[in-house]
Ligand binder design. Sequence first.
Ligand code: C5P
Length: 237
Amino acid sequence: MQRRPLIVALDFATKQEVITFLSAFRNEKLFVKVGMELFYREGPRFVYELKEQGHDIFLDLKLHDIPTTVKRAMKQLANLEVDLVNVHALGGVDMMKAAKEGLDLGTAMGKKAPSCIAVTQLTSTSSEMLANELAIPASLDDHVIHLCDQVKKADLAGVVCSALEVPKIQDSFSSSFLTVTPGIRRLEDAANDQSRVVTPGKAKELGSTAIVVGRGITRATEPIYAYEQYVKEWRNT
Ligand code: C5P
């Protein structure tokens, strides 16, 4: 992974919208995140095209199913030669191990298998939701650390988590354990549906490995200016 990656979430409905968005960046190679909306509409072919254009790719499909199904699905995703994929840690250790096996099986000789990280709790999950809707009695912090432990047991590369959880995760795990953090907003941007947002500078201070930024850049009136501001706060503060 490049130093201090800023991953731009391409949360667009169509390939055309993505092309329009990326064309403004001219030849700059970005680290982009392709999520469910775009993948379900445009399919694997478009992921290849983004790769051919030189972008690094986080394919954010958050797999969560029985281990065999996840293994077989990951074998297919490995063919796409993306850089990063993910699963839900709530799928359990066997499922996470199966994900990794599938990635290894689907990676051609001499190529590097995509790194796999796990979502602990979505950044839209609040403490109230954890207790009242999910009936999980642990605190959000403790629950996230418990899930990180399971991720570590499965030997995945790290987690997707809130930047607010990073210091506690780094206390418990080595610095090579990746912490990829969405829920990032500059002070002037709206939080939207994210419950636990932090600024890029704060994410750096808290020790995030990579940040994921969607609407703060993609829905900005001037996306390039917004991107540059995010990069500046993330890398230089
Ligand atoms: O627009 P915004 O910056 O909130 O986008 C965040 C992106 O990160 C979205 O694509 C969302 O699906 C993703 N994400 C998240 N929380 C997680 C995992 C992924 O917000 N725990």
